[in-house]
Design a protein around this ligand. Structure first.
Ligand SMILES: *Cc1c(COP(=O)(O)O)cnc(C)c1O
Length: 456
């Protein structure tokens, strides 16, 4: 038996469940894109774990008490103290969310034609790299691309591939090496401490700054504690400090493990680089002591970071995600194994083998799940990561997943059981599910606003 939730529910939001006919109408009106649904039409919302956490009573009460100041507010100093404590960083820049951190950092670091190696780019990181004229390069270990391969650290960077890549392109054309912990795109898979250390050594050898895309750093630390020799008896906080000791900087979306609705950080060790990022962010985000946020948000991030790095919280978090994964595996639903830290990824290629990737099987599965049970998941497949060639033909993505992201401290195990049961029912009638035809998509981050129609 696993430990029960380390909190109790103090406030509730009643949920509405539409009829299947109503949902059919809504998804059609939404162009078969769940991003265009109204959230009130969703019964269980697993679109994202980003900005959807339930806050603690401490976070909320401190927010109310926080004084709003343009410059030098107490909330800034509280966050400064927490960033030092948790990450061991003296210098940071506050921004309004993770992609703003990427925007600021890449605007300062990247020049046209530069390469940015990463284990696997997240969609906004990829888009921001391209937006600044850079070329995102994914160099994850091979098993990261095999949904059936069982390995402890499928998020790892392939260090040999990285070294070869640097030799081939020349370190001068690589302004930063990134490592995403955990690897969201690859299924929330963790990166080992050994890998973080080795990548940092390669970066140092070639004098290239090494940054962590640290959105789910504490979930990554929990995996290290569970799976890596020598870390069994260390706390999440101790492991976190060690992970960040290897990095020259980090980008962070507080919407994940800040346990808040909005916010982001850039941590930077180098004084000069910090100054450049800070000065740019004054122009595009805000004065350094609030960074595009209300001061109350800084207070909530500061407390949220402390709560997210508690061992008992991380144990609860992992058990919840694993419970959903195990329920699906019991029914032989194909998912990425072993399950990652924040979501269960259903492999749509194996779920719907009769739909070719050019007909968006993961998108089709996502819209069917909403239609049948009111659950909103998200496509991370050819709509999100595919490309189009010069003739306008679709180049399929490497993987074709439907992601069920679990918001933090929001849903009960019973609700997750409902999710598992609904997917099982869909699986039983999977042969009736048809592919989709894309009728519209902008060039970058097209999946957010893409439109589809049934293909036959
Ligand atoms: C969410 C996320 C981002 C972007 O953060 P936003 O706050 O959504 O802008 C970047 N990288 C990874 C790995 C993420 O999960």
């Amino acid at each position: 038996m696993s430990d029960p939730e380390p909190f109790k529910i103090k406030m509730v939001k009643p949920l509405k469940r539409l009829s299947k006919e109503e949902r059919e109408e809504r998804i059609r009106e939404a162009g078969y894109n769940v991003f265009k649904l109204r959230s009130e039409d969703v019964f269980i919302d697993l679109l994202t774990d980003s900005g959807t956490s339930a806050m603690s009573d401490q976070q909320v009460s401190e927010m109310v008490k926080t004084e709003q100041a343009y410059a030098g507010g107490d909330s800034y100093h509280a966050l400064d103290k927490t960033v030092k404590e948790i990450f061991g960083f003296d210098r940071f820049v506050i921004v309004h969310q993770g992609r703003a951190a990427e925007n600021v950092l890449f605007s300062v670091l990247l020049e046209e034609g530069d390469y940015v190696p990463n284990n696997m780019h997240f969609d906004t990181t990829k888009a921001n790299t391209k937006h600044k004229g850079g070329e995102p390069v994914d160099l994850a270990v091979d098993e990261a691309y095999d949904p059936e391969a069982i390995a402890d650290f499928k998020g790892n960077m392939d260090v040999k591939k990285l070294e070869r890549f640097i030799e081939e392109k020349g370190p001068k054309n690589i302004p930063v090496i990134m490592l995403t912990i955990t690897n969201n795109t690859g299924g929330g898979q963790p990166v080992s401490m050994e890998n973080i250390r080795k990548v940092s050594e390669v970066a140092e050898q070639y004098d290239i700054p090494f940054f962590l895309d640290a959105c789910r750093f504490a979930e990554n630390a929990r995996f290290i504690k569970e799976r890596e020799k020598g870390y069994e008896d260390k706390s999440i906080r101790e492991i976190t400090r060690e992970m960040f000791s290897h990095a020259d900087g980090f980008t962070f979306s507080a919407k994940k493990e800040g346990l808040v609705n909005i916010g982001g950080l850039i941590g930077i060790k180098d004084e000069e680089l910090h100054k450049r990022c800070k000065n740019l962010s004054i122009i595009i985000e805000g004065f350094p002591t609030y960074g595009g946020l209300a001061c109350r948000e800084l207070t909530a991030i500061s407390t949220g970071l402390k709560e997210a790095t508690k061992d008992e919280y991380q144990t609860y978090r992992y058990e919840q995600v694993k419970h959903l994964a195990d329920s699906l595996l019991e029914e032989d639903i194909p998912i990425i194994e072993p399950v990652g830290g924040h979501a269960v990824f259903v492999d749509a290629e194996r779920f719907l083998p009769h739909i070719p990737q050019t007909k968006f099987p993961a998108q089709a599965l996502t819209t069917e799940l909403y239609k049948e049970s009111g659950i909103r998941a998200v496509e991370l497949g050819t709509s999100a990561f595919g490309e189009t060639d010069e003739e306008g033909d679709i180049i399929p993505a490497e993987m074709e997943n439907m992601r069920l992201a679990i918001p933090r401290r929001v849903y009960t195990l019973n609700q997750l059981e409902y999710v598992a049961g609904s997917i099982k029912e869909l699986h039983e009638k999977r042969e009736d599910i048809q592919g989709l035809k894309r009728t519209y998509a902008p060039e970058l981050l097209g999946h957010f606003t893409a439109e589809f129609e049934p293909s036959d």
